[in-house]
Design a protein around this ligand. Structure first.
Ligand code: URA
Length: 232
């Protein structure tokens, strides 16, 4: 990575200030002066004024978000946030994307801003899989408008996959795979075909599945899972 980013992510200063340190000749890489365009990896010996700079270890967590908390690090209305479910001593992690207050399921939290940005940027179309429990009986045919795209508040939703996984006279469970994440999108999709969502659960991001957790529990992502997310 570029030297200014390396220094900034180690918590030294903003990228601009780190550029200035490089230009002032205060930074060395393996004993040689750094230049603004220098690239470094975790194996290089990087020093500022002779002091070794250690790269910051990024942190990656999977949380089984329960209902009744917001996907943010603070709330001006004093509601519970997802941070309350993380162990003490975790770094400055942020949730990747959002799940509504009353939705549950897979939420990733990380200090890695680049990965968070990639996973949420609309142009990357990372798929998200949900199970929506909706009131009443929904048939496969009823799902056709949702599959082909419906206009919600002037926006045509992207084509998506949807199928019924369970149904009885009171409710139907539908699995949906979406490649976009507009505000309250799933709830609005079902509202537009006349069904209210009773519970919404996210089960996958790409092929990363919510696994090994009870509601409200979190765990570190494995190296394999992190590397997979970096391919998305
Ligand atoms: N769509 C919704 O309506 N709510 C969520 O939490 C996620 C997707």
């Amino acid at each position: 990575m570029r030297i200014n980013r390396y220094l900034a992510s180690a918590g030294l200063a903003s990228r601009r200030k780190c550029d200035a340190l490089v230009e002032e000749g205060k930074v060395t890489i393996n004993g040689k002066p750094a230049h603004p365009g220098s690239e470094v990896s975790e194996f290089d010996d990087v020093r500022v004024d002779g002091q070794k700079v250690m790269p910051r270890e990024e942190e990656y967590y999977m949380l089984y978000k329960p209902k009744g908390c917001i996907s943010a690090v603070s709330d001006d209305r004093g509601r519970k946030t997802v941070l309350e479910y993380l162990p003490d001593g975790v770094g400055r992690v942020y949730p990747v994307g959002r799940l509504d207050y009353d939705s549950e399921g897979l939420l990733i939290l990380t200090t890695d801003g680049d990965l968070a940005q990639r996973l949420t940027h609309p142009s990357n179309e990372v798929s998200k899989t949900y199970i929506a429990k909706v009131e009443g009986v929904v048939t496969e045919t009823d799902l056709n408008p949702i599959r082909s795209g419906i206009e919600i508040e002037g926006h045509l939703t992207k084509k998506c996959r949807a199928h019924v996984v369970e149904t009885n006279k009171n409710y139907t469970k539908i699995e949906l795979v979406l490649k976009e994440g507009k505000y309250h999108e799933v709830k609005k999709m079902f509202a537009s075909i006349g069904h209210e969502v009773i519970l919404l659960k996210r089960t996958k991001i790409g092929e990363l599945r919510l696994s090994g957790l009870e509601r409200g529990e979190c765990r570190k992502l494995s190296l394999e899972e992190v590397n997979y997310l970096k391919t998305l």
